[in-house]
Ligand binder design. Structure first.
Ligand code: ADP
Ligand code: ZN
Ligand code: ZN
Length: 723
C-alpha cells in the first residue's frame, strides 16, 4: 500500500503529496492518519490525504513512515482542510493544520500526546478476598475497600488509602486488582455565565414553528434544501431555538456544532449550552490552554462530547457524524480569520454541511444580505415577552459642542434620577482621536504606519491602533518647542470620564479592547450586571448579544462614523450596529428607549434602523449590490502586496495585475494603501460573478510572481471574500 502524505511544513514551495510505502504495523493507516515521515535528512509530521495500490515511483525509491500518531482526523475533515487551502489561496499544509488536533500545526513544536496515568480496578478475586480469609495488610485492605466503589487513579487511591506504588503492584501480582495505563480524564474548562438565566419554559408559537421547520429538515434527506436563516429580532429567543435544534440533532444520533462570535464577549450564550447539555458539550474558548484544547478535541474525537460550542475554528470540530451546524449572530465580522488562510467560517460551515449531509442554521437579528438572498428564511418577528422593540430617536450633531446632544443628556439624567441602567456606544477607543501642536500644526503620527496616534490618558501615552507602537504623551512639540498641544475628538476613555460626572453617583463601566486587556471582559460585564444602577460605555463590544433585562436606555454616538469609510459593507455595518444596540435596551418590565447621535441622521441605514425595518433595508441593500456587482451578485478577491522599501510593492502589484487581466478576469488597481507596520502597501481588487475562475487566476498569478526573483522584496496576502 502507498500512503500519499502532505507534509505539514510552513514552506510555501514544498508541495505534496509525497508517496510513502506502508508495511507491517502501519497497514491500518488511512486517509486522516498522521504520520512522522523521513523527508530528505529531516523528519516531518504529515497527514495522509490519499491511499493507493501503486506509486508512479519505483519501490526502491519509496521510504517508509517512521511512526504513526495515535490521533487521526475524520476523512471528511481532510477534504475540508484541502478545500479551505484551495478556496482561500493558501497551502495544503495550512489548510490541513486547521483540522488537526490543537498544537499539531505546521510549527516545529512537538505535537501533544494524550496523558496516560495508572488506574486500579478491583478484580473478582479481589472482591472475594475482601469477604474471605485471604491475608491482607491494613493498607492493602484499605486500598481494596476503596476500589469497591469503582476504578480509581493510583494517585487518588494513594491519597484515600495511604497505599503506595509497591502496595498496588503486589496486590496486582496476587490478582486482587488490575492496573492499567489509562488515558487521564480530560481537564474540563469552567465557564461562568453573566446575565439573565435561561428559562427553559414552553417555546412560544414562533419558536415552535421555527423548530418544526428545523426538525423537518433534519428528517429530510441530506441536501434537500438550502441552509436555513433564522431571522429573529433581538430578544426573540433564538438561543432557545438553537438549544432545541441541537437536542433534536442529538436525538437523531448526530453531533452538532454551534458557532458563536467570541465567547469572552458573550459567555452567556455558551453558558446556556453547558447548562443544558452538561459534559456532552466541548467549549472551545479562546482562553483555554493548549492542553485543555487538546483534551476537548479528544473528547469530541472519541464521541464523549457531542456538541462543540466555539468561535470560528469550532467549524473544524472532529465529529464523524455531524448532523447540524448553527451559526449564531451570523452577521458578525469575527467569523472571518485575519491570518492565512483567511477563511470565512460561515462559508466553511456551508461547505462542510453540504458535503457531510448536515443542516446549516444561521441566525441573526441583522442577517447579511448574502444570506437573505441565498438561504431559506424562518422568522421570529416578536420578542418572547410580547414587548415591542424600543423606540429609537435620531438626533443631529451638526454644530453641537461636546459629545452629548441635549436630548441624550436629559435621558442620561433621567437614568440617574430613577436609578436605572444605560449602555453608551462609541466605536472609538482611547481618549482623543489625535493630538496636534497649536503653534505649528504638527500632528503626532505613527512612525510605522501612516495614521495618527491616539491619546490614551490613563496609560499616559499616544498609541497606534494598527501596530501597537506607543510613545509618552508629548509635553512639548519637537518641531517648534511649543507646550500647547491640542486634543481632537473623543474616545471611550474620555467619554467614561464625562459620563462619571454626568450620572454621579452611578458607577460607570468601560468595555473596550483596553479595559478588556486590563480587567477582563467578564469582570466588566459582571460589575455592570451586579450594580443596581449603572452605565456601561464602550466600543461595539457593548452591542454584542448581552441579555441584561434592566437596561432602559441605549445611546449610539457618532453613528454615521462607519459610513465615512469607503467600504461596500458600511451601510450594513451601520444598520447592524444600531439595531444590535437597540436590542440591548428595553428587555425588562420597565421598557426602554434608544438615542442615536449622528452628523447626518437622515441617511438610509439610520432611518431604517430607527424604524426597525430590516426588510426595507435588506431589499434596498440587495438592489444596490446587484447594481454594483457586490456580494451576493459578485465576488471580491483582494490582493495586498507589501514591502519594506517604497516601490517593490507597486511593481509586484502591477505584475500581478497583468497576469490576472491576461486570464480575462476583471481587476482594479493597483491602489496604494496607507503604510502599515512599517510596510508600504498596494492592493488589487478582483470583482466578478465568476468566482472559481477568479480564485484560480489569482492563485496562479501570485504563485508565478512570488517565485520571480525580480519581486523578491514583496510579500503577498490574498483575501477571498474580504470583510
Ligand atoms: P435573542 O438571542 O433572540 O436575542 P435570547 O435567546 O437572548 O434572544 O432570549 C431572550 C430572553 O428570553 C432570554 O432571557 C431567554 O431565556 C428568554 N426566553 C427565550 N425563550 C423563552 C420562552 N419560550 N419563554 C420564556 N422566556 C424565553
Ligand atoms: Zn509645533
Ligand atoms: Zn503603527
Amino acid at each position: 500500500m502507498i500512503a500519499k502524505v502532505e507534509p505539514l511544513t510552513p514552506a510555501r514551495a514544498l508541495r505534496g503529496p509525497f508517496d510513502y510505502r506502508l508495511e507491517g504495523e502501519l497497514e491500518g493507516v488511512g486517509v486522516g492518519s498522521m504520520l512522522v515521515v523521513p523527508f530528505g535528512r529531516r523528519r516531518l509530521l504529515g497527514v495522509v490525504v490519499g491511499v493507493a495500490e501503486e506509486s508512479e515511483l519505483p519501490p526502491e525509491r519509496l521510504a517508509e513512515p517512521l511512526a504513526a500518531l495515535e490521533a487521526d482526523v475524520p476523512k471528511a475533515l481532510v477534504a475540508l482542510g484541502l478545500w479551505v487551502a484551495r478556496e482561500y489561496v493558501s497551502t495544503p499544509a495550512r489548510g490541513l493544520a486547521l483540522v488537526l488536533p490543537p498544537g499539531t500545526g505546521t510549527g516545529a513544536a512537538r505535537p501533544l500526546v494524550p496523558r496516560r496515568s495508572l488506574r486500579a480496578a478491583l478484580t473478582p478475586v479481589g472482591e472475594a478476598a475482601l469477604g474471605g480469609a485471604e491475608r491482607l495488610g491494613t493498607r492493602q485492605r484499605a486500598a481494596l475497600e476503596e476500589l469497591r466503589g469503582g476504578a480509581l487513579g493510583a494517585a487518588e487511591l494513594g491519597r484515600r488509602a495511604g497505599s503506595d506504588h509497591s502496595t498496588l503492584r503486589s496486590l496486582e501480582r496476587r490478582g486482587l486488582l488490575r492496573l492499567e495505563n489509562a488515558l487521564e480524564p480530560p481537564r474540563r474548562p469552567r465557564l461562568r455565565s453573566v446575565g439573565a438565566r435561561s428559562a427553559p419554559g414552553e417555546p412560544t408559537s414562533d419558536q415552535a414553528a421555527a423548530l418544526a421547520a428545523i426538525e423537518a429538515r433534519l428528517d429530510a434527506s441530506p441536501g434537500s434544501g438550502p441552509p436555513l436563516l433564522l431571522h429573529g429580532v433581538t430578544g426573540s429567543g433564538k438561543t432557545e431555538v438553537y438549544l432545541r435544534a441541537v437536542a433534536a440533532a442529538l436525538e437523531r444520533g448526530h453531533s452538532a456544532i454551534v458557532l458563536v462570535p467570541e465567547i469572552a464577549l458573550t459567555p452567556q450564550t455558551a453558558g446556556r449550552f453547558v447548562e443544558r447539555f452538561g459534559d456532552a458539550v466541548a467549549v472551545m474558548h479562546s482562553r483555554l490552554s493548549q492542553r485543555e484544547r487538546y483534551d476537548e478535541w479528544w473528547r469530541m474525537r472519541r464521541g464523549e462530547a457531542r456538541v462543540c460550542v466555539g468561535p470560528r475554528s469550532a467549524v473544524f470540530a472532529p465529529f464523524g457524524d455531524l448532523g447540524l451546524i448553527v451559526v449564531d449572530e451570523e452577521h458578525d465580522g469575527s467569523y472571518k480569520q485575519e491570518g492565512d488562510p483567511r477563511y470565512d467560517a460561515r462559508s466553511v460551515a456551508e461547505r462542510r454541511a453540504l458535503s457531510e449531509g448536515a443542516l446549516l442554521v444561521a441566525g441573526s437579528a441583522t442577517p447579511r444580505p448574502e444570506s437573505v438572498a441565498r438561504y431559506e428564511r424562518i422568522e421570529l418577528p416578536r420578542r418572547v415577552d410580547g414587548r415591542g422593540l424600543p423606540p429609537v430617536e435620531l438626533v443631529g450633531m451638526l454644530g453641537a459642542s461636546g459629545p452629548f446632544h441635549e436630548e441624550t443628556r436629559r435621558a442620561l439624567d433621567a437614568v440617574r434620577r430613577r436609578g436605572e441602567k444605560a449602555i453608551v456606544l462609541l466605536n472609538r477607543r482611547g481618549w482623543s482621536n489625535f493630538v496636534s501642536c497649536r503653534e505649528c500644526g504638527r500632528v503626532w503620527e505613527c512612525p510605522n504606519c501612516d495614521v495618527t496616534l491616539v491619546l490614551h490618558r490613563a496609560a499616559a501615552e499616544v498609541a497606534c491602533h494598527h501596530c501597537g507602537h506607543s510613545e509618552r504623551v508629548p509635553r512639548a512639540c519637537p518641531d517648534c518647542n511649543s507646550v500647547s498641544v491640542a486634543r481632537h475628538g473623543a474616545g471611550t476613555e474620555q467619554l467614561e470620564r464625562e459620563l462619571e460626572e454626568l450620572v454621579a453617583p452611578l458607577p460607570v463601566f468601560r468595555l473596550d479592547a483596553d479595559s478588556a486587556a486590563s480587567d477582563g471582559v467578564e469582570a466588566v460585564l459582571r460589575g455592570f450586571e451586579e450594580a443596581p444602577a449603572a452605565v456601561l460605555v464602550g466600543t461595539q463590544m457593548v452591542a454584542k448579544g448581552h441579555d441584561f433585562p434592566d437596561v432602559t436606555l441605549g445611546v449610539v454616538l457618532d453613528a454615521d462614523a462607519t459610513l465615512r469609510f469607503p467600504d461596500f459593507r458600511a451601510e450594513e455595518r451601520t444598520f447592524a450596529l444600531v439595531a444590535q444596540l437597540a436590542g440591548r435596551s428595553g428587555r425588562g418590565p420597565r421598557g426602554g428607549r434608544v438615542i442615536v447621535q449622528a452628523l447626518d441622521p437622515a441617511v438610509r441605514a439610520l432611518t431604517l434602523a430607527a424604524r426597525h425595518d430590516a426588510e426595507a433595508f435588506l431589499e434596498g441593500e440587495l438592489e444596490r449590490r446587484a447594481a454594483l456587482g457586490y456580494p451576493p451578485h459578485g465576488h471580491l478577491v483582494r490582493v495586498v502586496c507589501s514591502s519594506a522599501e517604497e516601490g517593490p510593492e507597486l511593481a509586484a502589484a502591477a505584475a500581478l495585475r497583468e497576469r490576472i487581466a491576461a486570464a480575462d478576469v476583471p481587476v482594479l488597481g493597483p491602489a496604494p494603501l496607507f503604510r502599515r507596520q512599517a510596510r508600504h502597501r498596494a492592493q488589487l481588487v478582483v470583482r466578478t460573478p465568476r468566482r472559481a475562475e477568479a480564485i484560480a487566476a489569482v492563485r496562479e498569478a501570485v504563485e508565478a510572481v512570488a517565485a520571480d526573483r525580480a519581486y523578491a522584496a514583496a510579500a503577498f496576502a490574498v483575501d477571498v471574500d474580504p470583510q
